[in-house]
Design a protein around this ligand. Structure first.
Ligand SMILES: *Cc1c(COP(=O)(O)O)cnc(C)c1O
Length: 398
C-alpha cells in the first residue's frame, strides 16, 4: 500500500493540474467515517460534495449495485431495462406531477438536456435568450458553463454561443426587468450551493414563478445539489410550493454512483422529438439500481424527517458558538454553511482536517457542511464540540 504522500506525488505527475493535488488520499469508508492511506480516520461532513447520501459502504447500496452489475451492467439506450423505468416512474411519483424523464451520468449533463429543451422551446416560440443568476453554478461543459454566473470559472472560456443574461440572485425586481416575452428560460438554483449555500429571501420563488407565467419563460430549477433529501424534503422547491417546468438532479440521487436526471413537467416533458438527444451511458442499469436503493432507503428509514430534525439541531449548535471568526450559519436541513467574519475558510478546512473532520472551503468566507443524510446527532455534536478549538487554530494561521 502506498502512503498518502507517495500517492499525492504520483497524482501530481499523472493528472492535469485542474484540481491541484487533493490533500488526502482516501481508501475506505463506513457510515459517516472515512480513512486515508495512512490509516487516519475522519468524520465526513462533505459527503463527496453532498453526494454520498447514505454515507459509505451502505449495505442497501452495495447489495443493489453488486446484484445489478452481476446481472446486466449495461444496455445503452438501444434497449430498455426495468431499473430505469422504475426510477423514472418513482421520480415522477415523488414530484406528484405528470412529466417525462431523461437520465444522465452527471449534473452537467442534466443541465445540458435542460438547455437543449430551452433552446428548442425558444426556437419554436421566437425566444432568443436565457436568464441565470450571478454567482450561480450549473456545470463546466460549454453549455452549462454559459449559464454559470461565477465570473472566475466562466470568463476564461467565453464567449459562448448563447445569449445568457445574468441577474443578482434573490432580487425579484431585477428578474422581472430581465425576463421579457423573448426569454426562453430562467435557470436558478433553489439555494446557491457552490455560491456558498446562499438561500434566496422568502417569497423569491413565488415571484419567479409568477414572472415566468406572465412572460411564458420556462422555469428551470437546478436541484442537482439541493434535492433527494438534502434540505429535509425530496426536492427543495417543495418548501416554497413552487413547481418548476424543468428540474435537474444528480449528486445525492445515486448515493455516489454517477446518475442524474432532467425532468420536464407538463408540456416541457414533450419538447423533444425522437432523435433530439441521447447518451450511451445515461440510465445505465447499475446507476439506476443505485438510485432506486437510495430512494428506497430514504423512504424506509424516514431520512427526510431525520435530516430536518438533526439539521435543525446542528444549525442551532453552530449558531450558539461564540467565536470571533464565526459570523453565523445559513442553509437548511443537512446543507449548511458556517459563515466566517473574514476570509479564512481554507485555514478552517485544514484545521478541521487535522482535528479529524472533512469540511469544504466553498467560498473564502464560508465553510460548507453537507454530511451524509444518515449522520447522527451525536456525530454532528462531536464536530460542533470541536469547532471552537478548530477556529482558534485557524485564526493562528490567518
Ligand atoms: C454539482 C452541480 C452541478 C454540476 O454537476 P456535475 O455532476 O459536477 O456535473 C450543476 N449544478 C449544481 C447546482 C451543482 O451543485
Amino acid at each position: 500500500m502506498s502512503t498518502s504522500e507517495e500517492l499525492r506525488k504520483r497524482y501530481e505527475a499523472a493528472f492535469m493540474p485542474n484540481y491541484g493535488v487533493p490533500p488526502v488520499a482516501l481508501v475506505r469508508g463506513e457510515g459517516c467515517r472515512v480513512w486515508d492511506a495512512d490509516g487516519t480516520g475522519y468524520l465526513d461532513l462533505i459527503a463527496g460534495i453532498a453526494t454520498s447520501s447514505l454515507g459509505h459502504g451502505h449495505p442497501a447500496l452495495a447489495e443493489a449495485v453488486s446484484r445489478q452489475v452481476a446481472t446486466l451492467a449495461h444496455t445503452s439506450n438501444l434497449f430498455l431495462h426495468e431499473p430505469e423505468v422504475l426510477l423514472a416512474e418513482r421520480l415522477l411519483d415523488l414530484l406528484g406531477a405528470p412529466g417525462r424523464v431523461f437520465l444522465t451520468n452527471s449534473g452537467t449533463e442534466a443541465n445540458e438536456c435542460a438547455l437543449k429543451l430551452a433552446i428548442k422551446y425558444g426556437r419554436t416560440t421566437g425566444r432568443g435568450y436565457l436568464v441565470a443568476a450571478e454567482n450561480g453554478f450549473h456545470g463546466r461543459s460549454m453549455g452549462a458553463l454559459s449559464l454559470t454566473g461565477k465570473h472566475a470559472i466562466r470568463e476564461p472560456f467565453g464567449p459562448f454561443g448563447m445569449d445568457v443574461r445574468f441577474v443578482p440572485y434573490g432580487d425579484a425586481a431585477a428578474l422581472r426587468a430581465a425576463v421579457t416575452a423573448e426569454c426562453a428560460a430562467v435557470f436558478l438554483e433553489p439555494t446557491q450551493g457552490e455560491g456558498g449555500v446562499v438561500p434566496p429571501p422568502a417569497g423569491y420563488f413565488t415571484a419567479v414563478r409568477e414572472i415566468c407565467d406572465t412572460t411564458g419563460a420556462l422555469l428551470v430549477a437546478d436541484e442537482i445539489q439541493s434535492a433527494i433529501g438534502r434540505t429535509g424534503a425530496w426536492f427543495a422547491h417543495q418548501h416554497e410550493g413552487v413547481r418548476p417546468d424543468i428540474l435537474t438532479l444528480a449528486k445525492g440521487l445515486g448515493g455516489g454512483l454517477p446518475v442524474g436526471a432532467c425532468i420536464g413537467l407538463g408540456p416541457a416533458g414533450g419538447l423533444f422529438a425522437k432523435g433530439d438527444h441521447g447518451s450511451t451511458f445515461g440510465g445505465n442499469p447499475v446507476a439506476t439500481a443505485a438510485a432506486l436503493a437510495v430512494l428506497d432507503t430514504i423512504e424506509r428509514d424516514g431520512l427526510l424527517a431525520h435530516v430536518a430534525e438533526v439539521g435543525t439541531g446542528f444549525a442551532a449548535a453552530l449558531a450558539a458558538i461564540e467565536h470571533p471568526l464565526l459570523a453565523g450559519v445559513r442553509g437548511r436541513g443537512l446543507w449548511r454553511a458556517a459563515v466566517l467574519t473574514r476570509n479564512g475558510s481554507g485555514a478552517v478546512e485544514a484545521a478541521a482536517r487535522t482535528a479529524g473532520f472533512l469540511v469544504n472551503a466553498v467560498q473564502p468566507d464560508a465553510v460548507r457542511l453537507a454530511p451524509p443524510l444518515v449522520i447522527t446527532a451525536a456525530e454532528l455534536a462531536s464536530f460542533t464540540d470541536a469547532l471552537p478549538a478548530i477556529l482558534d487554530q485557524a485564526t493562528k494561521e490567518l
